[in-house]
Ligand binder design. Sequence first.
Ligand code: NAP
Length: 527
Amino acid sequence: MAMAMMTMRRAVALGARHIPAAPAASSRVVPLRHMSADAGAAMEKILSVGLLRTQGLIAGKWVDAYDGKTIEVQNPATGEVLANVPCMGSRETSDAIASAHSTFYSWSKFTASERSKALRKWYDLIISHKEELALLMTLEQGKPMKEALGEVNYGASFIEYFAEEAKRIYGDIIPSTLSDRRLLVLKQPVGVVGAITPWNFPLAMITRKVGPALACGCTVVVKPSEFTPLTALAAADLALQAGIPAGALNVVMGNAPEIGDALLQSTQVRKITFTGSTAVGKKLMAGSANTVKKVSLELGGNAPCIVFDDADIDVAVKGSLAAKFRNSGQTCVCANRILVQEGIYEKFATAFIKAVQSLKVGNGLEESTSQGPLINEAAVQKVEKFINDATSKGANVMLGGKRHSLGMSFYEPTVVGNVSNDMLLFREEVFGPVAPLIPFKTVEEAVNMANDTNAGLAAYIFTKSIPRSWRVSESLEYGLVGVNEGIISTEVAPFGGVKQSGLGREGSKYGIDEYLELKYICMGNLG
Ligand code: NAP
């Protein structure tokens, strides 16, 4: 973690109710003259609408780390430093929790209609700042502008959806077993939520949690990834502008284990919702046991994409290309293993390679780019390790297979043939632009290979047979199945995994249940 001491910033340890507003953030913004022309122009645009926030948000105030430490936020396409944000830890997190806890008592008393209106306004503000948010995302995460704009729409859709859903949190009346009693079920907000999110979807992974949490009256402490805090802070700024009360949404970032521990140890935090790696998810689940928190986990995947002999080749190529190469292969639902039936293997491989060759690698700010850089050097080294492991065990690189000539963390879109189940490319999430092709003979063999993993997030199948679509979909041990479709996420459908890919669901009418407790009320002696 790159850290730099902030000048002239005193360490302050204050209770949540006395958090001072820090001075203007301009000192944390790297002078635009130090940036490449396109990044500078993008930053200028973001600055012009006041959305370059470089401090944490606690109790409605923008604050620095109490010891003045900062983290650099870098552009993965160029390595240039975009801004410095506070490197916060347990003290700031405790204050954020205290602020969320005291605000819970007022926010949860707002009527559903009032909460709905504030969320709707937040949605409108996100949409009206679509371009600036997308620019921020491209700058700090690297994804192409077109994908970033898509993520803003996708991320905003959770706020809109849960603004509507806020008004539909119905309870129940249960037919009583005794004539003088009435039995009721109320749905009430869980309380303070700790939300920890990854860098690959800097906006949507936050709104998918914060939307339903705020809709039902919870308050939230968000910890975005150290790699992509700027999008999170800009979104939080828009939430304040929308009238979400100070303290209902707090944002801290910096020392992840310290922030995580503060959230886990607090008895005031009643729920942890996490999106990220399976390893960290397991730690958070274990750490939640001591205070018996509710837990939702959206963890890593190892998606199979099964192309049957009877598939429409064009549909299969288009779908698997989209499922594999979105965000340069850095999504949890990316096709990680492309299983191709023998009869179609050669034909599919030829068409797929041709499609991959058309992907344009570059800086996400350039309009023609369809593949941005990987998030950092460690991500590239992981890809290299997986490729070396596969080739040492008999796989053949059919396309790409090395760092891109652009340098930095750019990697060539890659296709690897003859991958088998003893290779890392089969067993683990590569999280990069590498498509492993794996031949198979029978439907049963394909399903067995697909399920031969501890992950269970997304799976894809391509076939023209309706009976096969049903049978295979039902046999796949996955939370999401795309049939003849490579992009399946939407705010109206439940998103989540089985096995070690996670617990709970996000989005849809089911997603709100994760933030609610049921209360049974027995009214007796009614005569
Ligand atoms: P990660 O390393 O687990 O980080 C995720 C978040 O956890 C970040 O905010 C990180 O902070 C924080 N963190 C790391 N160690 C922590 C600790 N000890 N205590 C508390 N928080 C901690 O995952 P990532 O590399 O950002 O994301 C990639 C992974 O996310 C992939 O496995 C992908 O499949 C998964 N993912 C899953 C879904 C889904 O919906 N299932 C969606 C997107 C991504 P810092 O970044 O500041 O260190």
